[in-house]
Write a protein that binds this ligand. Structure first.
Ligand code: COS
Length: 380
């Protein structure tokens, strides 16, 4: 866990090379014009990067979350938007692997893992964000179908996805009234509302989903009615590792650019890295990144080894994304006026970092998860 083995190093290098080759050329323009390119996601799939932890029999690489974290870090170094695309496309795969029937797996997983199909996750609603169990979208059974009505908000690559895992209410109030469904993107009655205009992750579209009497076969239900909240929460536990890993990549990219700059930029007749004010800032950035990476890898290792990891995943997401925000902000400072301009990618890193503290559960929610675990551990 503390040092990568030869295979993990080879995977890291291959992921870095593929990410640069596929994403680097368009990253700046696509950020500026808010463009998502489905073909780039497909290419990431062809490079084997879209189903890292998915079992080989279902089309993935059959590796662990540690390898998944390694890959996402490398994608995020080039484009945080596409790291999030890959991470979100991973959520339906996590869910299907753990909770799907063989028929459901067969239908969706090879396509999602190979990048031919794009998967999304629909939990949040206009009035139900952190308090996910208060959702209002309904799914009413009608013969051998369910009828969906409601609105889902902040859906990553909404309108582009082929499959949405949608949480909807089949029962009474609260978490136990929620069920999870596999909803194809071309379902009649599913339309797409506004696309958000965002500060960061601008190459990753965020779109509203509107369900108006959208009918899906009853076989689209995951597990039993009332199990949907657990399905969503356990997927988010894994998802939090992936966002943590993406944040580490973003922060590492910011350190790479700013530390190099500090060795080249001369003021007062010496490189600015030789001023303690700058050198210590870079040192703190490196400390933040190394400690975040360790925590992300620990959460991944725990998951890979079948241990309880929910609280550590929350810590890893919280630590790594708070670190990414601080590191990218300080990286702008190291570059001074240049850092604030679009001549360097640093200002994009800073904009991309901000949303990492919000997605997959705000960092306040992560602290709530951690404090609940602490309360349970110490109550006796
Ligand atoms: N894994 C499996 N099951 C879980 C779980 C987890 N990590 N966390 C909670 N559950 C289960 C509980 O065991 C409980 O089940 P029972 O009703 O059978 O006992 C049920 O889910 C409800 O749990 P809880 O009472 O803790 O739910 P709360 O409404 O208090 O909400 C939080 C818990 C705050 C953790 C949850 O709402 C949350 O994560 N919110 C943030 C949502 C989010 O991340 N949104 C991002 C959108 S996706 S980008």
């Amino acid at each position: 866990m503390f040092a990568l083995d030869d295979e993990q190093i080879a995977l890291k290098e291959a992921a870095a090379e593929a990410s640069r080759a596929i994403l680097a050329d368009s990253v700046r323009d696509d950020d500026e014009h808010e463009v998502f390119r489905r073909e780039l996601f497909t290419s990431l799939g062809e490079a084997g990067l879209c189903g890292v932890p998915t079992p080989e029999e279902w089309g993935g690489l059959g590796l662990g979350y540690l390898e998944y974290a390694i890959v996402l870090e490398e994608i995020a170094k080039v484009s945080a938007s596409y790291a999030v695309t890959v991470a979100v496309n991973g959520l339906p795969q996590i869910i299907l692997a753990e909770f799907g029937t063989d028929a459901q797996k067969q239908k969706w997983m090879p396509g999602l893992a190979g990048g031919e199909l794009l998967g999304a996750f629909a939990l949040s609603e206009p009035e139900s964000g952190s308090d996910a169990a208060s959702m209002k979208t309904t799914a009413v059974r009608d013969g051998d179908e369910y009828i969906l009505n409601g609105t889902k908000f902040w859906i990553t690559h909404g309108s582009y996805a082929d499959l949405y895992v949608v949480m909807a209410r089949t029962g009474g109030e609260g978490a136990r009234g929620v069920s999870a469904f596999l909803v194809p993107g071309d379902t009649p009655g599913l339309t797409f509302g506004k696309k958000e205009e965002k500060m960061g992750l601008r190459a990753s579209p965020t779109v509203e989903l509107i369900f108006e009497d959208a009918r899906i076969p009853a076989s689209s239900l995951l597990q039993a009615e009332g199990r949907g909240f657990r399905v969503a929460m356990s997927a988010l536990d894994g998802g939090r590792i992936t966002i943590g890993a993406s944040a580490v990549g973003l922060a590492q990219a910011a350190l790479d650019v700013s530390a190099h700059y500090a060795t080249q930029r001369r003021q007062f007749r010496k490189p600015i890295v030789e001023f303690q004010g700058v050198g210590f800032m870079l040192a703190d950035m490196a400390i933040d990144i190394e400690s975040s990476r360790l925590l992300v890898h620990k959460a991944a290792w725990l998951r890979d080894n079948g241990r309880e990891y929910s609280d550590i995943a929350a810590m890893a997401k919280c630590r790594a994304t708070d670190a990414a925000m601080k590191v990218t902000t300080d990286a702008v400072q190291v570059l001074g006026g240049y850092g604030y301009t679009r001549e360097y990618p640093i200002e994009r890193y800073m904009r991309d970092a901000k949303v990492m503290q919000i997605v997959e559960g705000t960092n306040q929610i992560q602290r709530m998860v951690i404090s609940r675990h602490l309360a349970k551990r110490y109550e006796t």
